[in-house]
Design a protein around this ligand. Structure first.
Ligand SMILES: [Zn+2]
Length: 74
């Protein structure tokens, strides 16, 4: 009965539980960027967690990840 991975992140401004959001967009050069973040449904405050860039060059797929420090749960 572990709830690992369901750690609740609370908004720094109003203390409401934040949603985890994954947002993907396609860039003009054909690469793709996905941003993972927590967003507060009340005030819109967001905490970015990770960005992933995927690009294709010839026969290779290149993945670059940019990981931020995990948000603090208070
Ligand atoms: Zn908030």
């Amino acid at each position: 009965m572990s709830s690992a991975g369901e750690r609740q992140i609370l908004c720094r401004k109003d203390g409401k539980p934040m949603f985890f959001v994954a947002e993907s967009e396609k860039m003009s050069n054909g690469s793709r960027r996905t941003i993972y973040y927590y967003r507060c449904p009340v005030c819109g405050y967001r905490i970015e967690v990770e960005q992933v860039y995927i690009s294709v060059e010839k026969d290779s797929i290149i993945v670059r990840r940019l990981i931020r420090a995990p948000p603090q749960s208070s």
